[in-house]
Write a protein that binds this ligand. Sequence first.
Ligand SMILES: Nc1ncnc2c1ncn2[C@@H]1O[C@H](COP(=O)(O)OP(=O)(O)OP(=O)(O)O)[C@@H](O)[C@H]1O
Length: 379
Amino acid sequence: MSAVTRDEVLATLKTVRGPDFEHDIVALGMVSDVFISDGKVYFSITVPAERANELEPLRQAAERAVKAMPGIRGALVSLTAERKAGAAPAAKPQPVAHSHAPTQAPAGQRPAKQNIPGIGAIIAVASGKGGVGKSTTAVNLALGMKANGLKVGILDADVYGPSMPRLLGISGRPQQIENRIIVPMENYGIKAMSMGFLVDEGTAMIWRGPMVQSALMQMLREVAWGDLDVLVVDMPPGTGDAQLTMAQQVPLSGAVIVSTPQDLALIDARKGLNMFNKVEVPVLGIVENMSYFIAPDTGARYDIFGHGGARAEAEKIGVPFLGEVPLTIAIRETSDAGTPVVVSDPEGPQAKVYREIAEKVWKEAQARSGRAAPSIVFE
Ligand SMILES: Nc1ncnc2c1ncn2[C@@H]1O[C@H](COP(=O)(O)OP(=O)(O)OP(=O)(O)O)[C@@H](O)[C@H]1O
């Protein structure tokens, strides 16, 4: 069977009537870019923010219509809200979580970010640029927190290059329960959600901003996370508009910045800090990754990268230094094999490094939230 095209999807959507019961949703200009991957169709429908709940049946009708097309294996349709003129400076439509549409903030104020019921703290792991080991740090940090006795989830917000399925060794598709709530995947005792569970890894993601945002909001708010002490969010690399919007829309308790010593004068890490400052999310500290080299044969340590830059930078700007992670074959190989070092060699030196970082991150998060830390049992 030949692949379904965007035009065919749009033709189908022309059978769906808009809220005026007269014109179709395509003619009314409510349909975003349509993206098709692996037989699944993704798009959003723009609606006025105050009608989001009321128009949920419209979303369902559109999803049903597309799912019924021959050759289509699934559809992910979300509602995105139009901002009222003058309500906020951004011109982009903002996604809304359907049953829990955020309340519109008065003009000039940041919209209130709704906490997620059941989730104690949401901690972002971010980096100023790609390839510094952000995802590896995020997964080992999450597992370190679990090893320290916390209930942990991880959300892979890197919609364009999801890596959690591979890092956690999880394959398959998540189950959907009533009201389109998704059951998170799970491995090594942590719950996980990633775009990679919904589309195949390696699929070139060419989504536009609003679609990415609504997919992220669904993964955040329409997933049965249950009770979690902490949800670790693996942010997409970089500090561009997309990351900024994300940092703005997710109710973050704090952020951890991953940097390498090779980062020239840590320029990129500083950009990360500025980004979170801009959206008033406290930076919990900096992790220096690939800080020094441990020889696989002798276990000897070599400070070949001029490590320590991140510590100095953290001191200079007054944020905590959370720890340094060595460059080791073990970390790379276990990451690539889907058996992160914290679970595959829990007694080893690398696992210890991550657990200590996890402890510091948690302490910092608790200190910022002003709540007493639940007691953590260390073995
Ligand atoms: N401490 C480490 N020692 C050895 N290899 C590491 C270490 N940290 C990360 N790596 C390896 O470096 C590569 C990049 O890591 P990772 O995917 O975590 O980076 P990232 O910053 O999330 O990248 P991206 O920007 O592509 O999302 C991976 O192959 C990973 O296994």
